[in-house]
Write a new protein. Structure first.
Length: 87
């Protein structure tokens, strides 16, 4: 994976809070609430059951915000494909 242009965040909690920030939005783990992103107009995609950024790439999207849907993101697509659209 070419991570250039993407900011990866890892916050150490009981399970890690993971975020990959791209120019048009972000990919995050299940700690993030997609409804909050809908209220703020953020394009976000949520994956669950991941423990690191690499696992986020293969995981299917569990939820997407309305702004992410407008960019072509859909539940079930991979985190890798979502990041391609969020670049």
């Amino acid at each position: 994976m070419d991570w250039s242009g993407l900011a990866r965040e890892w916050i150490d909690l009981k399970l890690p809070l993971l975020i990959v920030k791209a120019p048009k939005g972000f990919l995050a783990c299940g700690y993030i609430d997609v409804e909050t992103c809908n209220r703020t107009g953020e394009a976000c995609a949520i994956v669950t059951g991941v423990r690191n950024h690499d696992e986020m790439l293969a995981a299917p999207l569990h939820a997407v915000s309305e702004a992410a849907k407008a960019l072509g993101l859909r539940t079930g697509m991979s985190g890798r494909d979502a990041l391609a659209l969020l670049r």
